[in-house]
Design a protein around this ligand. Structure first.
Ligand code: N01
Length: 529
């Protein structure tokens, strides 16, 4: 059996930076990636309209000043092709593909408590010994297709936004159905509407969508960022989200109606996620949240021609931003098109599929193609998909069946020498992903180097330290309205999944401080052997 210092799973942002840092530090690495190439999320999510909702100049690596200077983003919010090109450029520039075996999954891993190594089995039939097992498997990568009645009888083409084909898909002259109106649905619907002859959108729950106001980046804007990239990054690191945007910490209750309106108008013009930054209490105070939702509804009604359609598109009292806020381009305008029909499936839902389409609300819809924009088994799905067991034989699937306990989101007691990036207990999904990944990777690699310098071969989070972090994660959750909402943050979108708010919502600076405190105190909360 070949042995290495670390097996890295996944060749997205996490796996690539892990492989770079580890090899720079002199650790031997084998990486495995289920996809055919690097890219992770941006390799799989090729659906029309896919793009990031964090400004590109911030949704990018910062570990290399040279990389920051030589790469030039063309749009405020980069499209999937540009993001994938960036990731491929990073892989080429730092020669990272050589660490990875593609089209290969990790099926099984067992920790051998004698050699202090993981024994890792791949779908390619290889068995590798690894001192450390490092998971960069993605938090939104295990796709969900609901168990619709008679789906197997449907004869048209089906697509999932999270597993979009690599070859172009021609929807010209086709009757297309989209199921799901989360971020993936709302990004793809306007483009599909332009391509298809007829588009039916099957909506179970309306979402809050704010205009992204995407646009090309001007050369002088890019030059200004590059002139002081470090300054931008430093300011971003000090923010709870790890990225910089205009944010007003003041309360909505402290301003009069005119000032409130003016500020909401200003933030609306900025667009995208920063709209949540109009006032400091949008996500903490119910009344503030409702005022913002009312403003938002007014803006949507200005766009949608048919008031009955607008009624369907406007959530009925849901927490604004409780589910991940969607940033769209021409989303509501799409419902003014003659070839687009919104179908409310909030009642009986989609009843069944037929060979030629589906039945909803007692009505038959004939569809040549159906796009499932139905989301992911978030945060845990891709971890528990691996048959992963610690020394006492407990699998991760069992361990997390009643709650996703972790220490710092990185470690799980009973699973030595294992680190998981951006999963439950991490702030990842509330922090710009790339920044969060770089921070966690640096922390992990520093820990491994610290162990090596002391000839230590085994590290494990203690159950006590883990429980303290679980309490901290729960405590932070009490300060936000988000955990009061059923969403993928709490596992509510997956039938039978344990319900509990999984991410750490205490902010990036507090998280970094917690990680720093552990490391500065000889990795307090871990036992070493
Ligand atoms: O998935 P979702 P997503 N019948 O879970 C519906 C990130 N992301 O892929 O709300 C009918 O949000 C479901 O309805 P309901 C981002 O973090 C980012 O869109 O459960 N409908 C919902 O409308 C995002 O939050 C970007 O009632 C059914 C939809 O499917 C996360 O990924 C772009 C159904 C699922 O929405 C996930 O987004 C894309 C059923 N049986 C994704 N089952 C950026 O902009 C489910 N639905 C960066």
């Amino acid at each position: 059996m070949n042995t290495v210092d670390a097996v890295v799973v996944g060749a997205g942002f996490s796996g690539l930076y892990l492989s770079h840092r580890l090899t720079e530090e002199g650790f031997s690495v084998r990486g495995f990636e289920a996809g055919g190439d690097v890219g992770g999320t941006w390799y799989w999510n090729r659906y029309p309209g896919a793009r990031c909702d964090i400004e590109s100049v911030q949704y990018s690596f910062q570990f290399s000043p040279e990389l920051q200077q030589e790469w030039t983003w063309s749009e405020r919010y980069a499209s999937q092709p540009e993001l994938l090109a960036y990731i491929e450029h990073v892989a080429d520039r730092f020669d990272l593909r050589r660490h990875f075996t593609f089209d290969t999954r990790i099926d099984r891993a067992r920790f051998d408590d004698v050699s202090h190594r993981w024994v890792v089995e791949t779908s390619g039939g290889e068995t590798i010994g690894a001192r450390f097992l490092l998971l960069g498997v993605g938090v939104l990568s295990t796709t969900l297709t609901p168990d619709f009645v008679d789906l197997d009888r449907y004869r048209g083409r089906t697509f999932h936004t999270g597993r979009w084909p690599h070859e172009p898909v021609d929807f010209g002259g086709k009757r297309v159905g989209v199921i799901g109106t989360g971020s993936s649905g709302i990004q793809s619907i306007p483009i599909l509407a332009e391509q298809a002859e007829q588009l039916h959108v099957f909506q179970r729950t309306p979402n809050y969508v704010v205009p992204a106001h995407n646009r090309p980046l001007e050369p002088d804007e890019v030059a200004a960022v590059k002139a002081d990239y470090d300054g931008l990054r430093a300011q971003a690191w000090a923010r709870p989200t790890g990225f910089l945007f205009p944010f007003n910490p003041g309360s909505i209750h402290d301003v009069d109606a005119d000032e409130r309106r003016a500020r909401l108008d200003r933030q609306w013009e900025i667009g995208g996620l920063p709209f949540l930054g109009a006032f400091g209490d949008v996500l903490t105070d119910l009344e503030a949240n409702r005022m913002v939702a009312d403003y938002w509804a007014e803006r949507v009604r200005e766009v949608v021609d048919d008031p009955a359609v607008a009624d369907l598109l406007i959530p009925d009292g849901d927490i604004f931003g409780g589910k991940r806020l969607c940033a769209g381009t021409g989303y509501y305008e799409t419902y003014n098109r003659d070839n687009v029909t919104l179908v409310d499936v909030s009642g009986a839902g989609i009843e069944r599929f037929t060979p030629n389409g589906l039945v909803a609300g007692g009505r038959k819809y004939e569809l040549d193609a159906i796009v499932f924009a139905t989301g992911f088994d978030a945060l845990t799905g891709s971890v528990v998909a691996i048959d992963l067991a610690g020394p006492d034989g407990t699998t991760m699937a069992d361990r997390w069946s009643n709650g996703t306990d972790t220490l710092l989101g990185l470690s799980v007691s009973g699973f030595p020498n294992l680190f998981n990036l951006q999963g439950p207990g991490s702030p990842g999904v509330f922090v710009t992903m790339v920044t969060g990944i770089e921070h966690q990777t640096d922390w992990i690699v520093d820990c491994l180097a610290w162990m090596r310098s002391r000839d230590l071969t085994r590290c494990e989070a203690t159950a006590e330290a883990e429980q303290r972090w679980v309490a901290e994660v729960a405590n932070a959750a009490t300060r936000s309205l988000r955990p009061t909402v059923d969403s993928w943050y709490s596992g509510a979108n997956v039938a039978g999944k344990h319900r509990g708010f999984m991410p750490y919502i205490g902010g990036f600076p507090a998280y970094r401080q917690a990680c720093h405190d552990v490391a500065a105190n000889n990795y307090r909360g871990y036992v070493f052997g």
